[in-house]
Design a protein around this ligand. Structure first.
Ligand code: NAG
Ligand code: NAG
Ligand code: NAG
Ligand code: ZN
Length: 473
């Protein structure tokens, strides 16, 4: 059984994210919530939200979000910042959104974004045996052509220990870090500056993953450094560690032709159902439309885009008009550092619109399978209680879903930091399973199983509809 406190504790143990508020709630998140009576204020929303939930998960809406996303993913492939595929996919999408009949369909420019382009990179073990490694250079890596001795370390502590003894100077550092959840492990992907400081000439990082089938996982992590950096597979990182332990000298040839090729402008995509009574109060649903330059960008984060699109489309289809505006923004340039969201926040801060609620989904658009699935929430204790009431309504549809009091709002952090109630969808499979595929060539539509996109869409449709129509927080 999981209650608020256990979940909060797990969150603290599993990640470095700060606990915003110690919720005073005694709510037990267990099966009893499926049949718990709804608070009076929620009851008027029950029929409409149940209709939309059923439409998406068990009615005509089934499979619609999958087909919507598959058409983009199969037609354009991955949607990497600076690629024609990303901009063409945005144009294609805008056309579809206009046909859907949404209000205020447009894009907003995000200028001056660095464009790094992957080349035909080669990293090979020269000694003790010639062997080509399976790698993906990290975004931002400078080009390089070096051959140097390599040293494998398992942690930053070991790196500094070895550096003190003069064993790092002039070498390529290979990290074989332990997987300890994404938030705590990803710091190794950001190790190029640290390695450079202690005299290393290049860095190869065991991919940041929870499971490996010989896949390198790309990502960011080079900013501020001048040495080349790439991710390697867990299999080969472990092999090199075993070779080193047996006393073999490791020599690696690192040829990186990937490089920065200038700057580009990309675009956020915006569409909405304008509110009938309070059009200037915005309920924001979001996900990012750009992806890495591997796979199809289906999991990360095409699924989130498909789910929030289908949430809004289904409300429209069933004629459920919100009092406040429900707006979807599909961010661009998220992967390089939330640039699309930051730019949108900056452009809209101080306008005559107010953001009433903001959300995002980027841990996988999976169906919640247990009470470990949650919506994180940041806001006041009172707002948290209101949010929990809405989630109780979702629970009454037979969906296990908890509320976790956490400040981890990804793209919508900019609003959360200013006190706007904010939430991030965190299904159980987002904790581990998601990282089998994250930033790899295996990020294909195949990741999604029956019900994944549907349940994610239905959850956001319910949240958005209630929040856009309720009196206040
Ligand atoms: C919800 O539907 C039930 C059954 O059709 C009906 O009795 C009830 O009045 C409806 N509630 C609202 C708020 O419309
Ligand atoms: C947004 O506006 C608020 C209120 O005017 C201000 O306090 C805040 O610094 C602004 N944030 C940014 C990123 O401009
Ligand atoms: C929920 O999470 C806890 C802690 O990570 C884990 O021990 C438990 O097995 C999970 N439950 C399910 C159903 O996955
Ligand atoms: Zn993502």
């Amino acid at each position: 059984m999981f209650n608020q406190r256990t979940l909060a504790l797990i969150a603290v143990l599993c990640s470095a994210r700060a606990l915003v508020e110690d919720a005073e709630q005694e709510t037990a998140y267990d099966d009893s919530r499926f049949v718990q009576p709804l608070p009076d204020w929620i009851e008027p929303f029950e029929n409409d939200t149940k209709a939309v939930f059923t439409y998406i998960t068990a009615g005509e809406g089934r499979g619609v979000a999958f087909d919507w996303l598959a058409e983009v993913a199969d037609t354009f492939g991955h949607r990497y910042l600076g690629s024609a595929a990303l901009e063409d996919a945005i144009d294609f999408n805008v056309k579809r959104l206009k046909v859907d009949g949404f209000d205020n369909v447009h894009t907003e420019d995000v200028p001056d974004l660095p464009h790094w382009k992957r080349g035909d990179d080669l990293v090979e073990l020269i000694e003790p045996r010639h062997h080509r490694l399976n790698i993906l250079a990290l975004d931002g890596s400078p080009p390089a052509d070096i051959t140097a001795e390599a040293i494998v370390v398992q942690s930053f502590d070991e790196l500094h220990e070895k550096a003190k003894n003069g064993k790092v100077e002039g070498k390529i550092v290979v990290f074989l870090e332990k997987w300890d959840g994404y938030d705590d492990t990803v710091k190794y992907r950001n190790s190029a500056t640290i390695v450079e400081k202690v005299g290393g000439v290049g860095v190869l990082i065991k991919s940041i993953e929870s499971f490996s089938l010989y896949s390198p996982h790309t990502g960011t992590g080079v900013s501020g450094s001048n040495i080349p950096a790439a991710c390697i597979t867990t299999e080969e990182a472990e092999m090199m560690y075993r070779m080193q332990k047996r006393g073999n000298k490791l020599v690696i040839h690192l040829y990186i032709s990937s490089k920065e090729v200038g700057t580009v402008t990309s675009r956020n995509t915006v569409f909405e159902i304008t509110g009938s009574e309070k059009p200037k109060e915005i309920v924001l649903l979001s996900a990012h439309f750009d992806s890495w330059d591997v796979g199809q960008g289906a999991l990360d984060d095409g699924g989130g885009c498909a789910a929030v699109w289908h949430a809004l489309f289904s409300l429209k289809k069933l004629g459920l008009r919100p009092k406040r505006t429900i707006r979807v923004v599909l961010w661009t340039a998220e992967e390089q550092g939330l640039w699309g969201a930051e730019s949108y926040h900056k452009a809209h801060n101080g306008s005559d619109e107010t953001f009433f609620f903001v959300s995002e989904t980027d841990y996988g658009a999976f169906r919640p399978k247990s009470w470990n699935s949650s919506l994180t929430f940041s806001g006041t204790t009172e707002q948290l209680k209101t949010y929990d009431d809405i989630v109780l309504l979702i629970n009454s549809f037979g969906v296990p879903l908890s509320v976790e009091s956490l400040a981890d709002q990804g793209d919508v952090t900019f609003w959360a930091d200013e006190g706007v109630p904010a939430s991030n969808y965190f299904p159980e499979q987002g904790r581990d399973y998601y990282f089998y595929f994250h930033h790899t060539n295996a990020d294909y539509m195949t990741v999604f199983k029956d019900g994944d996109l549907e349940y994610t869409a239905a959850i956001f449709a319910t949240l958005a509809y209630v929040i856009a129509n309720m009196d206040s927080w």
